[in-house]
Design a binder for this molecule. Structure first.
Ligand SMILES: [Zn+2]
Ligand SMILES: [Zn+2]
Length: 445
C-alpha cells in the first residue's frame, strides 16, 4: 500500500518530497523549490557535511490524504498566489556517521507544502527572476526569450509554480487499515495467545494432578481416589476446551479494548506536543489589524511561514551575521550543532511596538531541532525568541527573496546571500526597508 513519492511524477508535490533526500544529503539542486528554499536546503547540506554525517530522508505515501488536501488559496497579491497542500506520509529519517546509524525517527506524518504560482504569465513578464542555470537576475520575459547571460531559454512552467516552504509534522489520524492492522489486531492476537497459554498451562497441571492420582490409586487400590483422579483428568480436558474458547472470545474483546487504548494514548501524547495558538490569539489579531493598514493583503499565516524560514536559515548558517536579513551580533554557539530544524506549526506573537518608521515584533517560534553533539544525534522541542523589524511605510512583498534583492540605489538585482552590498553600485541597503529583518534571536529562557 505504501509507495515512494516519485521524482519523475507529474505532480510537483511528489517531485519535491522525493527530491529532498538528494538535496539535503548530496547537495543536489531541488528544481521544484524556489531559490530561497534551495538556499536553505543548501545550508542544511553544508551543516550535515561539516559534522561528517550522512542522512536518509525517506517519505512514503499513506492512506489518509494520499490524493492531497488543498487548503485553498491562503494569500495572494496582484501577481502571485500562495496555496498550501497537505498529504499524509510515512516519515523515516536517519542520520549516519562512518556507516554507523546514530539516529532513527519513524512516524506517521503530514507534509505541508506552500506552492507559489502566478496569476497569469503576462502579469509577471516584467518581474525579476534569477536565471535557474547561471544565477543572473533578469526579467521573466528575457528568460523565456533566452537568458542575456547564459542564453538558455525557459518555459513559463519551468519558472512557476515553485515550492516556497514546507514542513512535516506528526499525523494524529490513523487510517482504518493502520488502526486495525498495526495496533488492534496485534493486541487481539497477543491477548488471545496469553489466555490460550494460561489455559494450556492450567489444564496440563490439572492433567498431571489427575495422572498422579491415578498412579496413586493403582498403588493403594483405593477406588474412590481412582474416581476422583479420573474426574480430575476429565476436568483437565474440559478446562482445555473451555480455555481455548474463552481465549478466542475474551482475548479478542480485551485485545480490542487494549488496542483502542493504545490508539487513544498515542493520540493524547501527540496532541499534547501539538501547540495551540490560543494564548497568542489577542496579539495575532492586533498584529494582523496593524499590518493590514500597511498592506491590505497581509496574512499572519504568510508571516509565520516567513519567520520560520528565516529562523531555519539562521540556525543552519555557519555565520548568521553573513545572512542579509540578520542585524544582530552573532548567535548562540549551541546552534552550530543543529543539523535539522522543523517547525511545530505555530509562531506566537509576544509583543508589537513601533518606533519611528519601524515596527518591531517579538515572536516565539516553536521548533523541533535535531542536534549532533558528542557523537550523538538527538531531537528536542525548543522555543526560540526572535525580534523582527520592518519599515511600516513599505508594503509587504509576497515574492521578496534574499537570493534576488532589488538594489534601492541603482535598481539592479543581486543575490544577497553572496553579496552584502550591491555588486553593481557598491551601495548598501537596509533589508528592513524592503522586508523583515531579524534584530535578535536566542533560545527562550
Ligand atoms: Zn542564465
Ligand atoms: Zn546597486
Amino acid at each position: 500500500m505504501a509507495a515512494e513519492f516519485r521524482k519523475d511524477s507529474d505532480i510537483i508535490f511528489e517531485r519535491f518530497i522525493a527530491g529532498l533526500d538528494d538535496s539535503i544529503n548530496n547537495g543536489e539542486r531541488l528544481k521544484d523549490a524556489d531559490r530561497d528554499l534551495q538556499y536553505s536546503l543548501h545550508l542544511q547540506n553544508q551543516r550535515i557535511k561539516r559534522h561528517g554525517l550522512t542522512a536518509s530522508f525517506n517519505y512514503s505515501t499513506r492512506g489518509n490524504l494520499s490524493g492531497g488536501l488543498n487548503l485553498g488559496d491562503k494569500w495572494r497579491d496582484g501577481h502571485y498566489i500562495n496555496s498550501v497542500e497537505v498529504r499524509s506520509c510515512g516519515q523515516k529519517e536517519e542520520f549516519f556517521k562512518d556507516g554507523k546509524k546514530l539516529f532513527k525517527y519513524k512516524e506517521r506524518s503530514k507534509i505541508h507544502q506552500t506552492l507559489t504560482s502566478v496569476t497569469s504569465p503576462e502579469d509577471v513578464a516584467d518581474d525579476e527572476y534569477i536565471c535557474p542555470d547561471c544565477g543572473t537576475p533578469t526579467k521573466i520575459k528575457n528568460l523565456i526569450d533566452g537568458c542575456p547571460s547564459c542564453g538558455n531559454k525557459f518555459k513559463m512552467s519551468e519558472l512557476y509554480p515553485k515550492i516556497s516552504d514546507y514542513h512535516i509534522e506528526p499525523d494524529f489520524s490513523y487510517t482504518y487499515g493502520e488502526m486495525f492492522g498495526k495496533t488492534i489486531l496485534p493486541a487481539m492476537g497477543i491477548t488471545t495467545g496469553v489466555f490460550l497459554l494460561l489455559g494450556i498451562i492450567l489444564s496440563v497441571l490439572l492433567a498431571l494432578l489427575g495422572v498422579l492420582g491415578v498412579v496413586g490409586a493403582k498403588v493403594t487400590g483405593d477406588s474412590s481416589t481412582m474416581n476422583n483422579a479420573m474426574s480430575i483428568l476429565g476436568n483437565s480436558v474440559s478446562m482445555f476446551l473451555f480455555s481455548g474458547i474463552m481465549a478466542i472470545f475474551s482475548g479478542a474483546v480485551q485485545g480490542w479494548i487494549i488496542g483502542t487504548i493504545i490508539v487513544l494514548i498515542r493520540f493524547a501524547i501527540l496532541s499534547s506536543k501539538k501547540l495551540s495558538a490560543v494564548p497568542y490569539l489577542g496579539t495575532v489579531r492586533q498584529f494582523e489589524e496593524f499590518m493590514k493598514k500597511i498592506s491590505p493583503e497581509f496574512s499572519y499565516f504568510f508571516f509565520a511561514g516567513k519567520v520560520m524560514s528565516m529562523v531555519k536559515m539562521m540556525l543552519l548558517s555557519d555565520d548568521p551575521t553573513e545572512l542579509p536579513f540578520y542585524n544582530g551580533k552573532g548567535i548562540n554557539p549551541a546552534y552550530k550543532n543543529v543539523i535539522e530544524v522543523a517547525s511545530r506549526g505555530v509562531v506566537g506573537l509576544v509583543d508589537i511596538k513601533t518606533e519611528g518608521d519601524y515596527v518591531f515584533c517579538t515572536s516565539d517560534v516553536f521548533l523541533t531541532n535535531t542536534y549532533y553533539m558528542n557523537g550523538k544525534v538527538s531531537r528536542v522541542d525548543e522555543t526560540v525568541r526572535v525580534v523582527m523589524k520592518k519599515n511600516v511605510n513599505k508594503p509587504v512583498k509576497m515574492r521578496f527573496q534574499i537570493t534576488g534583492i532589488h538594489c534601492p540605489n541603482c535598481g539592479a538585482s543581486f543575490d544577497a546571500t553572496k553579496n552584502k552590498t550591491c555588486p553593481y553600485c557598491g551601495g548598501t541597503y537596509k533589508i528592513e526597508d524592503e522586508d523583515w529583518s531579524i534584530e535578535f534571536l536566542d533560545r527562550k529562557s
